[in-house]
Design a protein around this ligand. Structure first.
Ligand code: GLA
Length: 376
């Protein structure tokens, strides 16, 4: 009997392994719609050999789906988003988007370079947020695809004109999304400018690794001993503060819902977590910055980056008004979270923060990896 069970289990594992290996690395292109300005938008579907799928549209470089298996092989789209382009154009809280020229906030929409003051649109109260009224999340990127033996790659290109949204310099931007066979999504950012400018690119996907209506049962680890407290408008106060003994301590995997309603001025100001953590091991290149786990399904996402900071936003502004893409329901508060690798908010006005200035002749480069695995 034991021999029969062994033979059967060997046959089953061979078939399932063959099925996965029989999957090919593929890239499909399909029309996704026309913008309100009449520009066609395409959707690219990247498939790898392990059964993972990533969909990206040329509008905003938006990731519209990431399908990953759980520990039992059950596939789920772990991102928030919309079915229709019009919703992304009209009412998106940056679902899935590439963000620039400056991810996060700049106080009062002002900064100085070489003594000259630049005024940006104040699209978040008195402050400037995520590149302004028409940031990189709202432009149509040019796409090029490439299939390598271990990955499928989508290169997105955009030329941001001098003084676009108030930023100096003609800026050539290139973002590469690469889906590898080990279920990683690599995001590489490159840019060059013909005039000194500021730049802080990031990716703004909202994740929910579970089938829960919110992310409060997810566990999160952030590789940071310090974080950046903010004022009531989410502008950094300027100092880097230890996380020890506070709800902002995620040095070990912690359930997100554990402390999120604690009585803490920073949680009150953010309406939950909406802060930038100062990542440990600065200036060593790519390193693990965060680990997100859904214990129920076993789905895990490790975030690696060469950036100094990561904004953990627990989806506090979602208010039940935005339609879900895969059902007739709506996205409730905290139904998804963002882990936005980046330089610190308001860095152009904080000389003590790592610089975000880019000079002519310099090559901007940054890499972030979202690596999906399963825990038993
Ligand atoms: C970032 C900010 C949040 C919020 C979202 C978009 O995550 O930190 O305050 O503005 O973008 O809704």
């Amino acid at each position: 009997m034991r021999k029969i069970i062994f033979i059967l289990s060997t046959i089953i594992s061979f078939i399932s392994c063959k099925k996965i290996l029989s999957k090919k690395i593929m890239i499909e292109k399909n029309p996704f719609g026309i913008t309100k300005d009449g520009i066609p938008v395409d959707q690219y579907t990247l498939n790898n050999k392990s059964g993972m799928k990533v969909q990206i549209i040329t509008y905003g470089g938006i990731i519209t789906a990431i399908e990953v298996p759980d520990r039992d092989g059950k596939v789920l789209d772990v991102t928030l988003g919309f079915k229709k382009l019009g919703d992304y154009e009209k009412r998106s809280p940056y679902f899935g988007a590439l963000i620039g020229r400056y991810g996060n906030r700049i106080a009062n929409g002002k900064f100085k370079l070489d003594g000259k003051e630049y005024n940006l649109v104040q699209n978040d109260g008195e402050n400037h947020l995520h590149g302004g009224d028409k940031g990189f999340d709202k432009v149509v990127w040019t796409a090029e695809t490439l299939i390598l033996n271990d990955s499928a790659q989508l290169k997105l290109l955009y030329q941001s004109k001098d003084m676009e949204e108030g930023y100096p310099g003609n800026l050539d931007v290139e973002v590469i999304y690469r889906l590898t066979n080990d279920n990683s999504i690599e995001v590489e950012y490159k840019a060059a400018t013909d005039k000194k400018t500021v730049l802080n690119l990031t990716q703004h996907t909202y994740f929910n690794l579970s089938e829960d209506k919110n992310i409060l049962n997810h566990k999160l680890m952030i590789n940071a001993d310090k974080y950046i407290p903010v004022d009531e408008n989410l502008i950094p106060l300027g100092e880097l503060v230890s996380v020890n003994g506070s709800p902002f301590d995620f040095k070990l995997l912690k359930t997100i819902g554990k402390d999120i309603e604690d009585n803490h001025i920073q949680l009150e100001r953010g309406g939950g977590f909406d802060h930038c953590w100062v990542l440990n091991e600065q200036n060593i290149g790519l390193r693990t910055s965060a680990i997100l786990l859904d214990p129920a399904s076993g789905r895990q996402m490790e975030v690696l980056t060469d950036e100094p900071g990561i904004q953990f936003y627990s989806g506090n502004f979602l208010d039940g008004s935005l339609p879900m893409k895969n059902s007739d329901f709506f996205y409730e508060k905290r139904s998804g979270l963002c882990l936005e690798t980046q330089h610190y908010p308001n860095s152009p006005n904080e000389p003590s923060f790592p610089t975000v200035e880019l000079n002519p002749g310099e090559k901007y480069y940054s890499k972030t990896v979202f690596k999906f695995t399963n825990r038993p």
